[in-house]
Design a protein around this ligand. Structure first.
Ligand code: HSE
Length: 319
């Protein structure tokens, strides 16, 4: 494929659930049905470099390129690939609410780098785009974590085995494993939800956490739903963050009683997620969680998705 074959490319990247309980900063999966769209276009030097914003949440994010996750991610990609002299205009259709715990900033930066790479000849693999999308996360919340951008780019369930060097592992999930994510209409910034975390954990806690994480991985690969249930406990983030989410303890116990395998905080919250076997149970659990948020005075919406769901893709490309 020739460089500059396309003038303009539009890509979509989905929402995602990070942490997934026992995998703080190292596990995440994509959610189908919601995400942001980004169009990148070749432009002349000196043209307006601000990000053009649209969509339901376009008015509340910065258009300045250095403050916008899509802008930062595209520029990190251009610099690292030696394309400093190429000028790309960026239009972001912001469909995802901010501070939702559903990987909103990651969706923008993942779609942006995916589109930019395609426009410039698809030279990098999707996995190789992850570090540039992570730069978008750094600007959004001060931490370049990969547990939203990796699933937003690759789709499905992803393990970040190491950050330095980056080692990303895609994990196949049972076909009948579903998730529901319920978003209560309050905003919680990841930077705030990270600030309240403990700075250190004990060896006992580390043992329990790594045992649960290992159990979780084995459970996915061996389709052992009972082991999955036993493994879904987090000792790092959730103990501190549950206080930020109205009704969380009731949500967890009701989801479990209604047939969920387990539930937890989606990313840094305030959204919560539950894993269930089969779509019917997942929809029932979604209704129950929604009612609990409503009783706590919070409007909410839910998204049901398979765990094996697609990552970023190209919507259109113009020559
Ligand atoms: N792992 C990150 C956190 C995800 O929990 O802070 C943020 O969406």
């Amino acid at each position: 494929m020739n460089l500059k074959q396309y003038k303009s490319v539009t890509a979509f990247a989905p929402a995602s659930v990070a942490n997934v309980g026992c995998g703080f900063d190292i596990m995440g999966f994509a959610i189908e049905g919601i995400g942001d769209r980004v169009t990148v276009s070749l432009q002349e030097e000196g043209m307006n470099s601000e990000v053009t914003l649209s969509g339901p949440f376009g008015k509340i994010i910065p258009s300045a390129r250095k403050k916008n996750t899509a802008g930062v991610a595209v520029d990190a990609f251009l610099n690292a690939t030696g394309n400093h002299n190429i000028h790309l205009g960026i239009s972001l259709e912001k469909n995802m609410p901010l501070g939702s715990g559903m990987g909103s900033s990651a969706s923008s930066s993942a779609a942006a780098v995916f589109a930019a790479n395609y426009l410039l000849g698809n030279k990098l693999t999707t996995k190789e785009l992850i570090p540039f999308a992570m730069e978008g996360e750094r600007i959004a919340c001060g931490s370049a974590h990969a547990d939203n951008v990796a699933p937003a780019l690759l789709g499905g369930f992803v393990l970040i085995r190491s950050y330095s060097p980056l080692d990303i592992v895609q994990v196949k999930c049972p076909a009948d494993l579903f998730a529901v994510v319920v978003h209560p209409h309050i905003e919680l910034h990841t930077s705030d939800a990270r600030r309240i975390l403990k700075k250190e954990i004990t060896v006992t806690e580390a043992i329990k956490q790594s045992a649960n994480t290992a159990g979780f991985m084995v459970a996915l690969l061996s389709e052992d739903f009972d082991l999955l249930k036993r493994s879904m406990h987090d000792l790092i983030a959730e103990p501190r963050r549950t206080q930020l989410i109205p009704g969380f303890e009731e949500i967890r116990s009701s989801a479990y009683k209604s047939g969920a395998i387990g539930s937890g905080i989606s990313g840094s919250g305030p959204s919560v997620f539950a894993l269930c076997r089969g779509e019917k149970t997942t929809r029932e659990v979604a209704t129950i969680i929604g009612h609990i948020f409503s009783r706590n005075g919070l409007n909410n919406e839910s998204f049901v998705s398979k765990l094996n769901s697609p990552g970023a893709y190209i919507i259109s490309a113009e020559k």
